[in-house]
Design a protein around this ligand. Sequence first.
Ligand code: ADP
Ligand code: MG
Length: 397
Amino acid sequence: MKTIRDLAPERLEGRRALVRVDYNVPLGEDGEVMDPARIRASYPTLRLLLKRGARPVLLSHLGRPGGEPDDSLSLRPVARFLEEDGGRPVTFGGAPESDGALEASRELEDGEILVMENTRFHPGEKQNDREYARRLARLGDLFVNDAFAACHRAHASTVGAAEVLDPAVAGLLVEKEILALDRVRVDPEAPLVLVVGGAKIADKLPLLRSFVDHVDAILAGGGVANTLLAAGGRGMADSLVEEEALEQAREIREAAGGRLRLPGDLVVAPGPDAGDRSRVVEEDVPEGHAAFDIGPDTMDRFTAVIHESATLFWNGPMGMFEKDPFREGTDRIAGAVARATERDAFTVVGGGDSARAVQEAGHAGDVSHLSTGGGASLEYVSSGRLPALDALDDDEH
Ligand code: ADP
Ligand code: MG
């Protein structure tokens, strides 16, 4: 994978760099940016491009407008935020497929940034329509992908435009993500520990399969553990269990053997809002109850394994952490991962909810790498590939 750093100066100076960023940020009622983290994550790339005399033209999606314009999902307020926060002149270019947008890209001056309207206002984006991709590609002389969180989507702004433009390279955020995830994926320093939780085991099967043969320990919690426990014959009562995945869960149990660590005790309650009636059980989940968190003994066992790790990847919370009575398991894991990092383990957290849990536990700055991409990090760690990366130039190119 080639990056903007690999480009000769003349390929950037005075050229329009069409940059796919991920500005899919939450907006308030008046369109104000509620969390600027994703916008700021693009600054290293923008700074480098501007320093080398390139003229950035930014493309992003925002929310799910369903292929038609939706004022509440406009990137206009994001462009305004970028100007105020980034301290550079920013122009809003409107619909990226329009002739006005092309005109605006040609009028860009040194030091200026052009932001295009939400690519998902057009149905061609998600269809990776060729004609739409060509229209996007008109806006740049080169393509830069810095939208790591969108790299698992084969859309016009991630794949289509990259295939039209030459060169097509990665930005610094994508590079940083790939370097961190590769350290987990390729020859990780042992002991390697995988912590996996979350709601649906079906989403995590590729991850489990890719690690199962070489991992030193898999610590499973959340709904993922529920299905693995059910596959071993434990009575899970009303817990979230995926019946259709029981067979695959049995295969994972067999392949992992003793390296798969499952919860012994569980925090159970009659329902997600009945946290005041929660209790800890060591055997089958009682009738009329569901498991919503790992129990205290399991927390101790899991944190002990985490403390011994040299490399760790965590995807998926240990319980229904959105509800206070069920967040302790996830918080304890976040604390343990922070401490392991302190004593030099290389720790990566990937997954939208997992990242939020680590932030809420106050440990966002205490892990080696907090991925900006949920689905993308999961897919890359599992397979080593992402459609949008495949569309970029190779190193030797
Ligand atoms: P990520 O976004 O990090 O990949 P997931 O989306 O897979 O994580 O899982 C997060 C969701 O899993 C949360 O909404 C959480 O409430 C839910 N969850 C975790 N454990 C349980 C459980 N035991 N029962 C029901 N839901 C759970
Ligand atoms: Mg999620």
